[in-house]
Design a binder for this molecule. Structure first.
Ligand SMILES: Cc1cc2nc3c(=O)[nH]c(=O)nc-3n(C[C@H](O)[C@H](O)[C@H](O)COP(=O)(O)O)c2cc1C
Length: 398
């Protein structure tokens, strides 16, 4: 979705400027045309050569230079932009933008563009918390700018506080979200579940499964990038939270059921990619079970955990996943009918490169009407988009 997009990347005079080289490089690697504009102050920290090298584009450093295709007309760059991103953004540039000042190429471009603008502030926490900076950010937000909050941690000037440039992955996620705002799921509310559940045996042990959450996270990100408002209900996962997605963390099948019940109160689509326990220990020991007390054998009594997709129904699309080890299609069809799903996605988790923990998957999508689509092995993100193609189609038919 970023391929062939033009991102105007404004670089300002913050010590975090070195991180922007990584951002420019990562965007370029995924096919973005990155047009870097540097302020005078930014060039005190890093030379344009760095950005020229990672983007393969000339870097714009002045409104008056004549060797850029955009310098003929100072608004040409503003027109070419699909999105303007300022990272890192100093307190100074934020103040200038909030007040309509256009005294250099970057501020002129922002004032002239109709493209969405994303600002990632980076500064000492005192500068960030200063009411004038907060007021300026408030003004920009009110004008539709997207502000990526700086993170908390060590500051170059010493001490700890909120002011560090947001993580590069978070900035890239936000760019995708903003660019996808008018996508085919714009305004739709999508609930996605991901990861495995953990059913406690005692305070330190649990019954779990091998689900990594990667498939569900890919679906949540893909839905976000197509304009949806996404709630992601995550079991045990070790994945970074996708920016622009509301994440709810749970542990057990029962907690998952409660979270899904709350989230589907107003929803268009429920996609259950989580691996929810079928059985849970009948009781949970209050203290850690000691082998000295139990002896050579321990018997766990298990009872059925809630079957969320069977129990939660409503006027929204319901999509299930069936991870199988045999008779894939037969089992998936049974589930589809039994739970009255709109779509079921099934995969053979014993196949190499498919299923748990890996970044790829090979699935078959079966719809309520019986239509079957066996997809080749592809990235989980591509699988997510193929599922959402069907979701968008079905929403259109409703
Ligand atoms: C070593 C050093 C580090 C700086 N780091 C920051 C910073 O992280 N954030 C910030 O807002 N200003 C920082 N400044 C101050 C800005 O560079 C200064 O306000 C400048 O006028 C910003 O210009 P610009 O917004 O046009 O890039 C720093 C200055 C120095 C000398």
């Amino acid at each position: 979705m970023l391929v062939n997009k033009t991102v105007v990347l404004g670089i300002t005079g913050s010590i975090a400027v070195y991180k922007a080289a990584d951002l420019a490089s990562k965007l370029t690697q995924v096919g973005v045309r990155v047009e870097v504009v540097m302020t005078e102050s930014a060039m005190q920290f890093v030379t344009p050569l760095t950005f020229r090298s990672v983007t393969n584009q000339s870097v714009i450093t002045s409104m008056w230079e004549m060797d850029s295709e955009f310098s003929i007309e100072h608004v040409a760059l503003a027109d070419a932009a699909d999105i303007v991103v300022i990272a890192p953004a100093t307190a100074n540039i934020i103040a200038k933008l909030a007040n309509g000042i256009a005294d250099d190429m970057l501020t002129s471009t922002v004032l002239a563009t109709r493209a969405p603008v994303v600002i990632a502030p980076a500064m000492h926490s005192n500068m960030f918390q200063n009411t004038i900076t907060q007021e300026n950010l408030g003004k920009l937000k009110a004008r539709g700018f997207t502000i990526i909050e700086p993170s908390y941690g060590y500051l170059a000037s010493g001490g700890k506080g909120q002011g560090r440039l947001a993580e590069i992955e978070k900035i890239i996620g936000t760019i995708k979200q903003v660019l996808g705002r008018d996508g085919d799921l714009a305004g739709k509310r999508v609930v996605v579940t991901a990861g495995g559940t953990r059913e406690p045996i005692d305070p330190v042990r649990y019954v779990g499964n091998r689900s990594s959450g990667k498939m569900g996270y890919a679906v949540a990100e893909a839905a976000r990038d197509r304009g949806a408002n996404v709630v992601l209900i995550a079991g045990s996962v070790a994945l970074p939270e996708p920016p622009g997605v509301e994440v709810v963390h749970i542990q057990t099948a029962l907690q998952m059921k409660e979270a899904v019940t709350r989230a589907v109160a107003q929803v268009d689509v429920l996609i259950m990619a989580a691996a929810v326990a079928d059985y849970q220990p009948k009781s949970r020991a209050v203290q850690k079970i000691k082998k000295e007390a139990v002896g050579p054998e321990l018997t766990l009594e298990m009872v059925r955990a809630p079957d969320i997709l069977s129990e939660i129904r409503g006027n929204f699309l319901r999509i299930g996943f069936a991870a199988e080890t045999e008779n894939l299609i037969g089992h998936a069809r049974e589930e589809l009918v039994k739970k009255q799903l709109d779509l079921i996605v099934t995969n053979d988790v014993t196949a190499p490169d498919s299923g748990f923990e890996v970044d790829t998957n090979q699935v078959t999508i079966i719809s309520r009407g019986g239509k079957m689509d066996s997809l080749p092995l592809m990235s989980k993100r591509d699988v997510a988009d193929r599922i959402l193609d069907r979701v968008a189609e079905m929403l259109g038919e409703r």
